[in-house]
Ligand binder design. Structure first.
Ligand code: GRF
Length: 205
């Protein structure tokens, strides 16, 4: 029997794209079971798009401001993602909340990695907020996106200890190391093994 075709990943980015790079590196191994077929962004001129181009992967850029309304942007983004027929869509440092059209199309297979242990510290300043609160354990959460802000069913979490002399920068970078490993491992397992979600509980058989 021949191996099944690798699962198709579309990755959305807004910045440096180190999580994207980790997925690109992992998918170089055919045993990983997935490949990145396209990278989308909400802005140009970012390292994440350069990484995609360097890997020879299709890109598209959909700035919210290019559309008359937020809903128009949401429809366009969903359309551009759909063109690549993804099995899984991954928000990896994508700084935009998608809307109903996108969730209608991909809500069953749209995941996001967040740099805090949800439900604590949602939003775009996870490590900063965790430090300000004085927590001793920070970390990262991978979850299925729903209509809320970082509220969807949790796939996996990884803990990262906070050091007395941590700054926002040092903690953010340490979280990202653990976050990338978690993302790569979980995406591989999701596409190879499948998953179920019941009463918010995500199970990978
Ligand atoms: C990640 O830590 C993610 O949790 C946060 O932004 C970071 C993205 O990093 N929202 P990168 O662009 O993948 O390097």
């Amino acid at each position: 029997m021949t191996d099944p075709a690798p699962a198709r990943l579309v990755v959305l980015v807004s910045g440096s794209g180190s999580n994207l790079q980790a997925l690109l590196d992992a998918s170089a191994d055919p045993a990983y079971g997935a490949r990145v077929v396209a990278v989308g962004a909400d802005r140009g001129g970012i390292a994440g798009l350069d990484r995609a181009a360097a890997a020879g992967i299709a890109t598209f850029v959909d700035p919210v401001k290019a559309y008359e309304t937020r809903d128009d942007w949401d429809v366009a983004l969903a359309g551009h993602v759909a063109e690549h027929k993804p099995d899984l869509v991954i928000s990896a440092g994508f700084l935009k909340l998608v809307g109903p059209a996108f969730l209608g199309a991909f809500g069953d297979r749209y995941i996001n990695t967040h740099n805090a242990l949800l439900p604590s510290f949602p939003g775009i300043h996870g490590p900063r907020d965790a430090l300000a609160y004085g927590v001793k354990i920070a970390g990262a959460t991978l979850f299925f996106v729903d209509a809320g802000v970082d509220t969807g069913p949790i796939i996996a979490q990884v803990a990262v200890g906070v050091l007395d002399d941590d700054t926002e920068e040092t903690l953010t970078e340490r979280i990202k190391v653990a976050e990338r490993a978690q993302l790569v491992e979980c995406v591989g397992r999701l596409v190879r093994e499948g998953w179920t979600v019941k009463d918010r509980k995500v199970r990978i058989p």
